[in-house]
Write a new protein. Sequence first.
Length: 397
Amino acid sequence: MTSQEIKRLDSQHVMQTYGRFDVALDHGIGATLYSPEGKAYIDFTSGIGVNSVGYGNRAWADAIYAQALKLGHISNLYYTEPYAKLAELLTARSGMSRVFFANAGGEANEGIIKLARKYSHDKYGESNPNRNVIVTLLQSFHGRTVTTLAATGQEHFHKHFFPFTEGFRHVPANDLAAVTAEIERGDVCAVFVELIQGEGGVLPLDPTYVKALRELCSARDVLLLADEVQTGIGRTGELFAFQKYGILPDAATFAKGIAGGLPMGGVLAAKSCDTTLAAGDHATTFGGNPIAAAAAVEVLRQLDDDALAKVTENGQYIRDTVASWGFANVVETRGAGLMIGVQVTGTPKDYVLQCIERGLLLLTAGSDALRILPPLTITRAEIDAGLAILKEVLANN
């Protein structure tokens, strides 16, 4: 089909919930995508952090094909090898204890919220039945379900959908006194944070704050939860961002890049709460799907220590290169690994549109930043090609 034919079908038959860019994509190789007509685009988005091992990855595709011929789905009423192997890999490499498999980030975050509330109810339900509030941060983003929207600390996501699930309060990032004040009220069961706020603008939390938050939560028996939907699976140069920060949360969510393009997410729990959710407490039909799990095992095989070191190296190269241009419309670069924010003056979407015209796919974040989330396997040649386009656009603005 041509690009115009695809767009026509979309306009006629698909709910118009997405502000799509005027681009149709057909296939890709590495970190380069192509339209049906053959126009090439360097991809600095990876499907919003999903396509962790790039496009046309033969080993990833072979793992999916081999598993699809064996068993596509069987439900969680039975055991299968792929999810069991994946669970072993994730716990070994994260330092966590057990995992629950889900389908996407919003669902994973729903699961971690249920885990936190049940943990508190099990221990304090009789003495303090209202100990169920979860503190999150302003500028956070935790999903688009009614509950995860309530957890999200950005008002513009809240319009139209009231009433929301109760039991969330939002405080400024990096303000330990504000979190402490909330915990002092006696009704808080967990603090839920993104270590780098992606949708909020690629805003890393201060390491000193994070370590103090870990100590505070431990002292008050309040669970510290990490939303690693975007930061996890190698995006920051460590398998999880909490490893870069040198802490172990009580539980963490993951999704996006775990299966390299197939839907998968989950919750990792530390020893402190790894038996909180028991039989019947939580479930999902497709969680741990054999094909998605086989893909994820292959993703983790490819994202070994050398690959993660390359993520750190390439991320620093991108940030240093952008900073070296010295453009007045670039305020700063921030982030970690291949999760990069470029704060700009003007309207970020205008820069993105101009980059698309020249063959570079880019994201925005918050109100003032461009967001760079390429496949973790992107080559230096592809990085340079994308940066050349970005430089031209920034220079002309």
